[in-house]
Design a protein around this ligand. Structure first.
Ligand code: RUB
Length: 271
């Protein structure tokens, strides 16, 4: 990466890798903003190399891949601008379609930190949100802080208390890194939350804009470093996958910027 010294790419990569910049949409937005500056100065001759570099940092989420495919194809600043604009407008549209699902006085459980899920949840009236800590990187803490700042009643719980608190929950709302034929890819632990919701017959909503539709043949589930685990046990193998895939049968509906869709409809959009 030496040739990109002083371009800001190294810092961007570092911040995405360390999760200082996290959440599928934010990663895509920050990457587009970087590319806008870079390509304005240096043109598009190294676009393939530089975007490959960016995609490899966190390979699971598809929105970055989808926007980079467009940038690689169109190779102009206007299309980068259009993508930045599109991504920054989706939350308003998600709210337009999804707001009726967030009932007054309801208790909502969420997992990790999803900008798109939060943009909807935060507009709820007199709601209480149960946020899971989300081990190992505790992005649920970012969620809880954001909710408290917005003066929303917030409860933070350890991940393993999900089932315990499910009886008090009205709906579960999470974000997504990718919407695939097999199901919803999101932060590790989403799958268990979905299974618990189903067991307790609580609606499980996924909030995701349509740039998260994933047509890639295969998906790489990012494996994070073992040092993120709270304990490393000598002699035991440490595993730290960042994401899991929730099969569609656990999902009630998907709230997008184009409307609220059933899993069947979303699957048909992936083909
Ligand atoms: C974040 C995560 C989020 C999705 C959607 O994982 O799984 O739910 O990325 O986020 P990580 P958004 O912290 O590992 O990036 O709605 O902001 O796109």
């Amino acid at each position: 990466m030496k040739i990109y010294k002083n371009t800001g790419l190294n810092n961007l990569v570092k911040d995405i890798k360390s999760m200082k910049i996290q959440g599928a949409k934010q990663i895509a937005l920050e990457s587009l903003k970087f590319l806008r500056g870079f390509c304005k100065k240096d043109g598009f001759s190294s676009i393939k190399k530089i975007t490959k570099e960016l995609e490899e940092v966190r390979p699971t989420a598809v929105v970055l891949h989808n926007v980079l495919e467009i940038v690689r194809k169109e190779k102009n600043i206007e299309s980068i601008d259009k993508l930045i604009y599109k991504l920054s407008k989706t939350n308003e549209k998600i709210y337009f379609y999804g707001s009726k699902l967030i009932k007054k006085n309801s208790v909502i459980m969420t997992h990790c930190h999803s900008g798109e899920a939060l943009s909807l949840i935060k507009k709820g009236k007199n709601i209480t949100v149960i946020a899971t800590e989300t081990e190992p990187k505790m992005q649920g803490v970012i969620t809880a802080k954001e909710l408290v700042k917005s003066k929303i009643k917030t409860v933070i719980v350890v991940d393993s208390a999900e089932a315990f608190f499910m009886k008090d929950t009205d709906i579960v709302v999470v974000g997504a890194d990718a919407l695939r034929k097999e199901g919803v890819v999101n932060k590790i632990g989403t799958l268990s939350l979905a299974i618990i919701s189903k067991q307790y017959r609580k609606p499980f909503y996924v909030v995701a804009d349509t740039l998260k539709l994933d047509k890639r043949k295969n998906i790489i589930i990012e494996e994070r470093p073992e040092k993120e685990l709270r304990y490393i046990v000598k002699g035991a193998v440490s595993k730290n996958p960042a994401f899991d895939i929730t099969p569609w049968k656990y999902v009630t509906n998907i709230i997008t910027e184009k409307g609220v869709f059933t899993p069947t409809k979303i699957k048909s959009m992936i083909k």
